[in-house]
Design a protein around this ligand. Structure first.
Ligand SMILES: Cc1ncc(C[n+]2csc(CCOP(=O)(O)OP(=O)(O)O)c2C)c(N)n1
Length: 365
């Protein structure tokens, strides 16, 4: 079961006629545009951080196929429990780019009111759970949500995404065990991007791969080429359909590579070679999908130009609009935290109000 790595598009973009998995030309082009949008947003996000315009960014460069392809297999009523490195999941789920940018700035328009680190989104309308920074904590939460759906008797499936490092956490094993025992309608997606910050996969597990871990919990583990968007879509669709029809969980290991730094605070040259990065560049998921689309008659230079320009413009105009917006009013850190404000918070609020009235230069925060 975990011996093979599912691949649909060859590294040169070649693929069979059946490769499109029932996705029509319009859908394939939409997926391509989404991957380009995510990549372009990443490039801008890191630059914004370097320019001091936002304080942090987590790029997903190289993982666009794994994220966009997996989400493509979900229905709108399904639930997604993503990790902090999943912008492609949020955006392909329909989270508006404008809200994405608002969250990066943490401004007054930010649906999360500037209370989370950049990239730690939440998208209530798109059934995307808020990001938990502590690694793997979303995995048992996701199994709980899947069990709730099962108990209620609705047909919702949950997809939970985490990195290779996440599999070393107790939460991963607890959740996998529970899901196996109760046949929870869940898909575990491990994006094996080869590193957990500076820790390479060979230091992460003694197992031959990550997919094999599913065996111990009594369900199927599959390994897929995570830089092949159609393979990821196919594997996830199969797992989602199985979960929806009562067949229980699947663990998918999407083998990919984090091309950029772990975050804007990381320098990957300290723990990996340029030659290794170059090797993975040749497997770039966007280049590969473009090659496939061209062969399928769904790509030409004019389409590429339109996609690149419209993505750049959409991001630039969101940044231009949101950068001007002020931070949320300071009082909002006290509001809607508790149903009724506890006494100690009320006292702190009163103290700031008093300090501001006594000293016109008092700044908070
Ligand atoms: C419980 C916990 N331990 C440590 C950290 C610090 N930390 C943040 S990201 C990270 C690496 C996670 O790697 P992986 O799960 O492979 O995901 P990736 O970042 O590669 O997407 C670590 C150790 C944390 N956030 N939470």
């Amino acid at each position: 079961m975990t011996e093979e790595v599912l691949q649909v598009i060859g590294t040169d973009g070649s693929a069979s006629k059946q490769a499109s998995q029932g996705l029509d030309k319009k859908a394939l082009q939409r997926i391509y545009r989404m991957m380009v949008l995510v990549r372009t947003m990443d490039e801008r996000g890191l630059k914004l951080q370097r320019q001091g315009r936002i304080h942090f960014y987590v790029p997903s460069w190289g993982q666009e196929a794994a994220q966009v392809g997996a989400v493509e297999a979900l229905e709108p009523e399904d639930w997604l429990f993503p990790s902090y490195r999943d912008p492609g999941m949020f955006l392909n789920r329909g989270f508006p780019l404008q809200d994405f940018v608002r969250q990066l700035f943490g401004n007054a328009n930010d649906p999360l009111k500037g209370r989370q680190m950049p990239n730690h989104f939440a998208a209530r309308e798109q059934n995307c759970m808020s990001i938990s920074s502590p690694i793997a904590t979303q995995i048992p939460q996701a199994v709980g949500a899947a069990m709730a759906a099962k108990i209620r008797g609705d047909k919702t499936v949950v997809l939970v995404s985490f990195g290779d490092g996440g599999t070393s956490e107790g939460d991963f094993h607890v959740a996998m065990n529970f899901a196996g025992v109760y046949a929870s309608p869940i898909v575990f997606l491990c994006q094996n991007n080869q590193y957990a910050i500076s820790v390479p996969t060979k230091m992460q597990t003694g197992s031959k791969d990550f997919a094999i871990k599913a065996r111990a919990y009594g369900f199927e583990g599959v390994k897929v080429d995570g830089n092949d968007v159609l393979a990821v879509y196919q594997a996830t669709k199969k797992a989602v359909d199985k979960a929806r029809s009562g067949g229980g969980p699947t663990l998918i290991e999407a083998v990919t590579y984090r091309m950029g730094p772990h975050s804007s605070s990381d320098d990957p040259t300290r723990y990996r070679s340029d030659a290794e990065v170059e090797e993975w560049k040749a497997k770039d998921p966007i280049d590969r999908f473009r090659g496939y689309l061209e062969g399928a008659g769904a790509w030409d230079e004019a389409f590429e130009k339109e996609v690149r320009e419209s993505c750049t413009e959409e991001i630039a105009s969101a940044i231009k609009a949101e950068e001007k917006v002020k931070p949320p009013p300071w009082e909002t850190i006290f509001t809607d935290v508790f149903a009724r404000m506890p006494r100690h918070l009320q006292e702190q609020l009163d103290e700031i109000v008093r300090a501001r009235s006594e000293d016109p230069n008092f700044k908070f925060p």
